[in-house]
Write a protein that binds this ligand. Structure first.
Ligand code: HEM
Ligand SMILES: *[C@@H]1O[C@H](CO)[C@@H](O)[C@H](O)[C@H]1NC(C)=O
Ligand SMILES: *[C@@H]1O[C@H](CO)[C@@H](O)[C@H](O)[C@H]1NC(C)=O
Ligand SMILES: *[C@@H]1O[C@H](CO)[C@@H](O)[C@H](O)[C@H]1NC(C)=O
Ligand SMILES: *[C@@H]1O[C@H](CO)[C@@H](O)[C@H](O)[C@H]1NC(C)=O
Ligand SMILES: CC(=O)N[C@H]1CO[C@H](CO)[C@@H](O)[C@@H]1O
Length: 489
């Protein structure tokens, strides 16, 4: 008798929930087929990581510019209209991150990227000075050295007869050196070569596992996930990862007291990001766990995004020799016959190169998709969006909307020459309070490296017009190597 009542109560509860949910206005929006209770959970199962990226990108083609995906009792709203995107990105209230980010937490902690509320505010305040214009100027020396070293490395390869190069792993070594030396004040060398390689490997592994976990709802529970082989592997990867960051922190801590004395004495205050964190620690504003979160966050965001940005830019340039020539001519007008490395005032003159980078980030935004969870009810036109709804903003699709960017698949830097400001139709660095804190840093680094490469080499694609299969975790990736042929100018 008792269990019969229990079942009856359960059924009534489920029906009531189902009715209530189906009355929601967002539930009436188009989306993949929904089943009772599970919703569209099965729509995303059984795909590889790269197929999954395609399934997500097909949503607007199939269902329009506001798509509702129901997964069990969660509603995920995918938006593609600039106006809707503006409302979400400029909101100062609903700035919490959604589910995929939660799966990243064991790794990035609640560092700047993932945190919310008061903690996020406080951290953003501590860290914003690390990207001040004057600090970036101080980084110029590192950017110059590293872009020169990169060219030297490429030259040495050519002399050994290695003309073709898989660019992604090569470039990401340099962006990792650069973030370590600028933000962390720690120089990587052959001594920590092995832990660097392991670190990069674990970043890729972690990203892969998070995405697969996302598409398999039964792995969403921590209990089940950590019992699975994937969860165990995840744990192992995290440890490799932590040992590398811990080394970087320890090294800086050793040198920090000395450096601080010296710099205060010489009146030269150059607080790199990690210095700011150590300084905040001495004032009791952050603890070691907090420092580790931020170092992991910045080490990852600061090297992987620019590495992918540079990789896709090089791929597109290799296919467009005329655009390479335009960059070369621009450099020639700036440097004449001099072979000196660029400095910051030279970079300011590289307008064409800037348009090239922007166009490349339009087609291949390093962070292709972001998400939020709504903490206060609001309206999109006449549709009310209840608390708890997850919002997904897909920059990759937005940037390829034919009505916003005619012939969207074509690589045309001219789009960004003398163009009006693109109001929320082009947002590779996001916008609003949670925009990319490293935006200027990233543009500077990419300009340094690309100009130095194009000044010294001609690039050719191994297969003309080749476009790799894409995949994503937090960052947009190619699931196949991108090989480019280099020859000296
Ligand atoms: C091409 C390069 C880059 C692109 C396209 C890019 C893009 C983005 C985007 C779209 C976001 C918003 C993420 C979200 O709302 O979930 C973001 C946030 C962030 N980025 Fe970048 N990024 C780049 C380079 C960098 C670099 C070089 C750094 C550090 C040195 C960095 C550090 C961060 C941090 C810490 C956040 C979180 C900010 C916050 O929530 O307050 N990024 N980035
Ligand atoms: C977020 O909260 C604010 C303040 O309550 C509200 O006005 C706004 O419409 C909400 N949603 C968005 C996406 O801005
Ligand atoms: C770093 O390790 C890789 C292999 O993991 C090796 O090919 C490379 O030569 C090493 N570089 C240095 C500077 O030791
Ligand atoms: C960059 O180099 C040029 C030419 O040597 C020089 O005129 C300019 O002042 C330099 N700018 C900076 C910021 O060092
Ligand atoms: C919102 O407005 C559109 C047309 O303006 C209409 O088609 C739609 O049914 C309305 N939705 C709701 C939930 O009222
Ligand atoms: C925070 C954390 O788990 N750190 C670990 C990093 O990895 C080393 C060994 O690889 C462990 O000793 C740390 O405890």
């Amino acid at each position: 008798m008792l269990w019969q009542i229990a079942i009856a109560v359960l059924v009534i509860y489920l029906i009531r929930n189902w009715l209530k949910a189906s009355l929601l206005e967002i539930a009436k929006l188009p989306g993949p087929p929904r089943w009772p209770i599970v919703g569209s959970a099965f729509h995303f199962i059984g795909y590889s990581q790269s197929e999954l990226f395609n399934v997500v990108n097909d949503l607007p083609t199939k269902y329009g510019n506001r798509v509702c995906v129901k997964v069990f009792n969660r509603y995920v709203l995918h938006i593609y209209n600039p106006k809707d995107i503006e409302i979400i990105l400029t909101s100062t209230k609903n700035i919490s991150k959604n589910r995929p980010y939660v799966f990243m937490e064991p790794w990035l902690g609640t560092g700047l990227l993932l945190s919310t509320g008061a903690k996020w505010h406080k951290r953003r305040k501590i860290l914003t000075p690390a990207f001040h214009f004057d600090i970036l100027k101080n980084f110029a020396r590192v950017f110059e050295e590293e872009s020169r070293a990169l060219v030297g490395d490429l030259r040495a390869r050519l002399q050994r007869g290695e003309r073709t190069l898989d660019v992604m792993p090569f470039i990401s070594d340099y962006t990792l050196y650069t973030i370590c030396e600028t933000a962390m004040g720690t120089r990587l060398n052959s001594e920590n070569n092995a832990s660097k390689a392991k670190y990069k490997e674990s970043v890729l592994g972690i990203g892969y596992i998070v995405m697969i976990r996302l598409s398999r709802f039964w792995l969403h529970s921590d209990l089940i996930f950590y019992l699975s082989s994937m969860g165990r592997k995840f744990k192992k990867l995290l440890q490799q990862n932590f040992s590398f960051t811990d080394k970087v922190i320890e090294e800086r801590r050793k040198n920090w007291v000395e450096t601080k004395k010296e710099e205060t004495a010489s009146g030269k205050r150059r607080m790199a990001l990690l210095d700011l964190l150590l300084d905040a620690e001495s004032k009791g504003e952050i603890d070691m766990e907090g420092i580790r979160e931020e170092v992991n966050t910045f080490m990852f965001e600061g090297h992987d995004t620019t590495a992918m940005g540079l990789t896709f830019a090089l791929m597109l340039l290799a296919d467009h020799e005329d655009i390479q020539e335009n960059i070369y001519e621009e450099c020639k007008s700036i440097f004449g016959d001099s072979t000196r490395t660029a400095n910051t005032s030279d970079l300011a003159e590289m307008k064409y190169l800037e348009a090239v980078i922007k166009e490349s980030l339009r087609l291949y935004p390093s962070v292709p998709i972001i998400g939020r969870i709504i903490t206060e009810e609001f309206k999109l036109d006449n549709i009310s969006i209840p608390v708890g709804t997850e919002i997904v903003v897909n920059f990759y699709n937005l940037h390829r909307r034919e009505d916003l960017f005619p012939e969207p698949e074509l690589f045309k830097p001219e789009r960004f020459l003398n163009s009006d400001k693109m109001h929320f139709t082009y947002v590779p660095f996001s916008a609003g309070p949670r925009n990319c804190i490293g935006q200027r840093y990233a543009m500077q680094e990419m300009k340094y490296m690309l100009s130095e490469i194009i000044r010294h080499f001609k690039l050719k694609s191994v297969v003309k017009g080749y476009r790799p299969k894409l995949t994503m975790d937090l960052v947009l990736r190619s699931s196949e190597p991108i090989n480019i042929e280099f020859s000296a100018r």
